[in-house]
Design a protein around this ligand. Structure first.
Ligand code: BTN
Length: 337
């Protein structure tokens, strides 16, 4: 649903304090901060102490008042909401869990309770993280970004693939701005660096024949794992942003960048910006132009990956010259062509 009114942000006192500190790089006096928030100075002080205990380095000096010097690598819901105050849909409400089965499961429950679209659920670790095609998604504590978003798009069920395209382009831009690396997209939904997978997208659709009820967009990004932290069987095929960039990556900064980009690309995908979005996706895609084999359940299609259609499905030119439309599956890009 595209919003027609100003975004509604669920602000806690911590979110407002962090927003005030982030926007006043030179500091804000205790009196000014208390007045701006409409609470007593003692109440502000108590919250500042709590934030310090979480790892926020907040200076308190008689001259400059409070000043935020550094933030921890912690996914703190209030801080994320404070930094996403311009979002239209995605990130108006953020919930962070220390542990979940799968963040997609948590969002599914919220969806059934009628929660509005745009809510983001993040977990520090998942005990039953899942990938596409029934695979397990390994989600080590505090090393990655494991998140799911509830969407209620006004799209026909057949056009929901557009949201995978939106997620992939937003993810690629967010990674680029956090690391200066340029990730490629491997159809349908892998983000790849140096030939190895760094992130994946899992879209779960709940629909009637002609109407989407809701979509759960799950995104997993390997952020700060070292090579040795991957199980041996994944070391050739998976990587992390830290391995590829050679440095520790701030997960909160990446999360904020990703949610901002997703907010933009979601609007493009459900509105009339899809053509431009698809063109951007195509410019990053390493699958197009290659001969591929796609296994989708019992169906096996072979051909040259040509382009996306208006719903975000992949069009393959088979050896008989026919165009085949494919919405998902396991893709192998043929070498030596
Ligand atoms: C894939 O490439 O197979 C998709 C991986 C999706 C993983 C994310 S992590 C957050 C969300 N919760 C899950 O259980 N899966 C997705």
């Amino acid at each position: 649903m595209t919003p027609s009114t100003a975004p509604l942000h669920l602000d806690t006192l911590d979110a407002r304090i962090l927003r005030a500190l982030r926007t006043r790089e030179n500091g804000i006096s205790r009196a000014e901060l208390a007045e701006e928030l409409g609470v007593a100075r003692e109440a502000v002080w108590a919250r500042i102490e709590e934030l310090r205990a979480l790892g926020y380095d907040i200076e308190a000096s008689p001259h400059q008042g409070y000043r935020l010097l550094a933030a921890p690598d912690l996914l703190h819901a209030d801080d994320l909401v404070a930094r996403l105050d311009r979002s239209q849909v995605i990130g108006r409400d953020v919930r962070v869990f220390q542990e979940t089965t799968s963040t997609n499961d948590v969002v599914e429950k919220l969806a059934r309770d009628g929660v509005p679209e745009g809510i983001v659920v993040i977990a520090e670790t998942q005990t039953r993280g899942r990938g596409r095609l029934g695979r397990t998604w390994i989600s080590p504590r505090s090393r990655g970004l494991w998140m799911s978003i509830l969407l209620r798009p006004s799209l026909e069920p057949g056009a929901v693939t557009r949201l995978t395209i939106a997620a992939a382009t937003a993810l690629a831009r967010a990674v680029e701005c956090s690391t200066r690396l340029r990730p490629a997209v491997k159809w349908p939904n892998d983000l790849v660096l140096g030939g190895r997978k760094v992130a994946g997208i899992l879209l779960e659709l709940h629909a009637e024949l002609d109407r989407v009820r809701h979509v759960i967009m799950g995104i997993g990004v390997n952020v700060n794992q070292t090579g040795a932290e991957f199980p041996p069987e994944l070391r050739d095929s998976a990587t992390s942003l830290r391995i590829e960039s050679g440095g520790f990556i701030s997960r909160p900064d990446l999360t904020v960048a990703l949610l901002r980009e997703l907010d933009i690309d979601y609007t493009r995908a459900v509105g009339d910006g899809f053509d431009a979005l698809a063109a951007e996706w195509e410019s990053r895609c390493i699958t197009l132009g290659h001969r591929v084999v796609i296994q989708s359940g019992q169906r096996r299609v072979e051909g040259r990956a040509e382009t996306l259609d208006a719903d975000g499905a992949l069009l393959l030119r088979t050896q008989h010259g026919r165009l085949e439309r494919v919405v998902g599956g396991d893709v192998t890009i043929e070498k030596n062509q």
